[in-house]
Design a protein around this ligand. Structure first.
Ligand code: NDP
Length: 240
């Protein structure tokens, strides 16, 4: 029987590439999303991957959503915490709502999704958790005090949980993507994009598939000795 993987924010952008790569690798995949029904329906029609709507910022909704996925597909072996948002503003203009929304989704969302799954993985003595952080959680970014703090929090969470999961056969790792050619990045004016690319030693933006391939490896049996690790996937733009 194939392993079951749940990808949050799995119907668009990097998450969609992760969902598809896991499916390609033989997993039964569920893709969660927040509100974009149209994109989710299109994704399911094109890939056959089931989509599930709830907000990772809501603990009860996560617990109920996870229970539904497990009822439909079986126990979840692989969780990819990919859902994320930005609410950028220089700190002197940042509102409490901008801070809270980003914290609730990008940091508490990772707790909300992992906590209801944790005991099941411990009992089954197997689990793979892959968190998607960001280069900006490693280096900080002007206008992103909220996002940088939440994404740095994801790295600390990963390292702590890796220690707790190790004896139970659960690995917990985090990937920090650099600039990835998603709709958001491709929408910036070409001149700005060129100036970004000039700061990336490999001379190109990353692709969603660059990140998806890291996830597939970390989810595999071959990666069983890797836990608590921060995978930097940024074309050499920031070296830790
Ligand atoms: P997108 O904006 O393209 O997609 C975000 C996905 O997350 C969507 O599926 C969206 O659902 C979902 N989502 C947002 N909020 C919630 C929520 N509260 N509950 C459930 N799902 C939610 O993002 P990207 O693909 O660009 O980014 C994916 C991850 O990678 C994020 O964590 C981001 O921070 C990180 N990242 C991205 C980089 C980049 O260059 N793009 C660089 C570094 C890190 P819906 O479709 O319903 O809106």
């Amino acid at each position: 029987m194939s392993r079951v993987a749940l990808v949050t924010g799995g119907s668009r952008g990097i998450g969609a590439a992760i969902s598809m790569a896991l499916k390609e690798a033989g997993y039964t995949v569920a893709a969660n999303y927040a509100g974009n029904d149209e994109a989710a329906a299109k994704f399911t029609a094109e890939t056959g991957i089931k989509t599930y709507k709830w907000s990772v910022a809501d603990y009860d909704a996560c617990a109920a959503g996870i229970a539904q996925v497990e009822a439909d597909l079986g126990p979840i072996d692989v969780l990819v915490n990919n859902a994320g948002i930005t609410r950028d503003a220089p700190f002197h203009k940042m509102t409490r709502d901008q801070w809270k929304e980003v914290m609730d989704t990008n940091l508490s969302g990772v707790f909300n999704m992992t906590h209801p799954l944790w005991n099941g993985m411990r009992e089954r003595k197997f689990g793979r958790i892959v968190n998607i952080s960001s280069i900006n959680g490693q280096k900080g970014q002007f206008g992103q005090a909220n996002y940088s703090a939440a994404k740095a929090g994801d790295i600390g969470f990963t390292k702590a949980l890796a220690q707790e999961g190790a004896r139970a056969g659960i690995t917990v790792n985090v990937i920090c993507p650099g600039y990835i050619a998603t709709e958001m990045v491709m929408a910036v004016p070409e001149k700005v994009r060129e100036s970004i690319i000039a700061t990336i030693p490999v001379g190109r933006l990353g692709s969603p598939e660059d990140i998806a391939r890291c996830v597939v490896f970390l989810a595999s049996d071959d990666a069983g000795f890797i836990t608590g690790s921060t995978i930097t996937a940024n074309g050499g733009q920031y070296l830790t």
